[in-house]
Ligand binder design. Structure first.
Ligand SMILES: [Zn+2]
Length: 83
């Protein structure tokens, strides 16, 4: 996959790791930036953009829980605190 910069923090999104498997990402899949813990979603061309609050709210509850848990872990890892 070609390298893309995170639309939120501009750091490279160089690798994709799936939290519960190793399938290739598809359009509409959600993702989390490993640098800033920002919620991202795959476009049809597999570039990523910021996921909106509405899109997060529409996720399946299990997916949303997984997304929030991943974001929390990354924030803890990076020492990012929310205001
Ligand atoms: Zn980022």
């Amino acid at each position: 996959m070609s390298e893309q910069l995170c639309p939120l923090c501009n750091l490279p999104l160089s690798a994709d790791t799936q939290v519960d498997g190793d399938a290739q990402p598809c359009a509409g899949d959600c993702s989390v930036c490993f640098w800033c813990a920002g919620p991202l979603i795959f476009n049809h061309d597999l570039t990523r953009r910021q996921m909106s609050t509405e899109e997060i709210a529409e996720l399946h509850p299990t997916t949303r829980m997984l997304l929030e848990r991943t974001r929390k872990l990354i924030r803890e890892l990076r020492g990012i605190t929310l205001q």
